[in-house]
Design a protein around this ligand. Sequence first.
Ligand code: GDP
Length: 315
Amino acid sequence: MLTVLSGGTGTPKLLQGLVHLVGQENLSIIVNTGEDLEISGLYVSPDIDTVMYTLAGVVNEETWYGLREDTFEEHEKLKQEGKSELLRIGDLDRKVKQLRTILLKTGEPLSAVTRELCRRFDVLANVMPMSDDRVTTRIHTEVGTMTFHEFWVARRAQDRVKSVLFDGAELARAAPGVLEAIEDGEAIIIGPSNPVTSIGPIVAIREIRSALKKLREKVIAVSPIIGGSPVSGPAGALMRGLGYEISPLGVAQYYCDFISGLVIDRRDETLRPKIEDLGIAVFSTDLLMPDLPSRVKLARSVLTFAGIKAKFRSG
Ligand code: GDP
């Protein structure tokens, strides 16, 4: 069993490669819920949906958000009525979010609801929210405090970041199965996700962070930063705001108390000595994953680095 910590763009790409090599049934995925929000009365959990849709083979790979070939009639209608939605929700995607909202209203925790949605999508991997408690990422900027989507979607990360807070993380408990997945996983892989707003909320939960620290020897991360900038998204602006260098070294510094290995891109090889000085082993390879073959190739390198013999699928 492999355990992966995930956000909603970089890590899902790697997940496709991992699924190809070890099969979904051998994967436990702990997903960020710090970006969860309510839109038009719906409970929206963007990263859980992306992970679930990726594993179901129906994700929109143009945006890594929502379903492939969805339509947007309701979203457009609401816009015309002056009820613009912060995120573009497709018509089929909306049905999934409606079902989640209804199930949550019956009193089921998010972890159980996620299991049920995954069952309906025939997803065999164990997909878990980081917590059943609400944790909300808040970004303090020079123009005020905002949620991740206000910062990134509405304002395109234009405001200088002063600090980032994970509201609710202090008291949040890990969702059922999360600590077991960390303890029992042959390896823990922190995928190439935004360190601050995708992995940050997960490791802000005290019992998750201390489980990772205790098992640091089997925790490795994959850098989302290649050659001084992220492949996509606002990780650069956020890391800079928190005083981290935008490089795999900055990623290593952010994760250093709970990882023992970091996969970096070949072009960042010069940073190896500084990362190794933090007590972190380095493996360098090609980190860009534009297509399935590159995702499988990187997944294979990650497994090799983690010392795992992948059960390669025949055929
Ligand atoms: P979010 O929830 O949509 O913010 O998604 P994530 O945090 O999971 O993913 C965003 C991160 O994925 C960014 O920091 C990107 O640099 C990283 N990313 C996207 N594509 C790739 C890729 O092909 N390779 C690597 N190494 N990182 C990637």
